[in-house]
Design a protein around this ligand. Structure first.
Ligand code: PRP
Ligand code: URA
Length: 205
């Protein structure tokens, strides 16, 4: 299932990210704030377990998430979403996944991962702001599945229709949440209107 989150705060911060005149410090700030809002929206769809708590006055019912979580930021740009999600899921394990897209062929190349042995017990939330061809996110999810993940969610900020179609075909069991569905890819497989190269804008390289 593909869901575009409808939230005024996301629209405002995404506009800051899209603006080519936004300087790096502001870009980072807007992406971190946007990731907090996305985390809040997405976490609110997760199942809760009830458990007893004692207030200073009496016994009552409290709630906590039923699942344990793994955050999997796809390097590098996925790092921009990490802190926002950790704010709401502070107990999550974090597994960075190194995938970069070849500038000529646009194919993803895997270069790093560190995935825990108990991955099969965790709901893996893959963080990657750009879903362009869908190749990088598909590769990250395939890797997590090969290591034993059975429950996965993909978080993107800007998605292209081509990427949503390709990713959904490869991983129909994985829900995708995004802040925007853009128009199309250009000849270099960049998202239009998009926000440019997310990693370069975040890190200045
Ligand atoms: C960007 C982005 C995604 C990928 C999306 O990463 O962060 O991971 O491209 O494109 P795709 O859907 O066509 O695979 P990039 O390869 O530029 O690496 P970086 O984050 O290190 O800059
Ligand atoms: N990667 C990005 O950072 N931006 C795009 O538009 C496409 C891939």
């Amino acid at each position: 299932m593909f869901t575009v989150l409808n939230n005024a705060l996301l629209k405002c911060d995404l506009s800051v990210l899209r603006n080519k005149h936004t300087p790096k410090p502001l870009f980072r700030l807007a992406l971190e704030r946007l990731s907090e809002v996305m985390a809040m929206e997405i976490c609110s769809t997760f199942t809760l377990d009830a458990f007893p708590i004692e207030t200073p006055l009496e016994l009552t019912e409290g709630y906590r998430f039923k699942e344990k979580f793994l955050l999997a930021p796809v390097l590098r740009a996925g790092l921009g979403l990490q802190e926002g999600f950790l704010k709401f899921l502070p107990e999550a394990t974090v597994s960075h996944i190194g995938v970069s897209r070849d500038h000529i062929t646009h194919q993803p190349h895997y270069y790093y991962s560190n995935i825990p042995a108990n991955i099969n017990e965790l709901h893996a939330i893959v963080l990657d702001p750009m879903l362009a061809t869908g190749g990088s996110a598909s590769m990250a999810v395939k890797l997590l599945k090969e290591k034993g993940a059975t429950k996965l969610t993909l978080v993107s900020v800007v998605a292209a229709p081509e990427g949503v179609a390709a990713f959904s075909a490869a991983h129909p069991d994985v829900n995708i949440f995004s802040a925007a569905l853009d128009r199309e890819l250009n000849e270099n497989k960049y998202i239009l209107p998009g926000l440019g190269d997310a990693g370069d804008r975040l890190f200045g390289t």
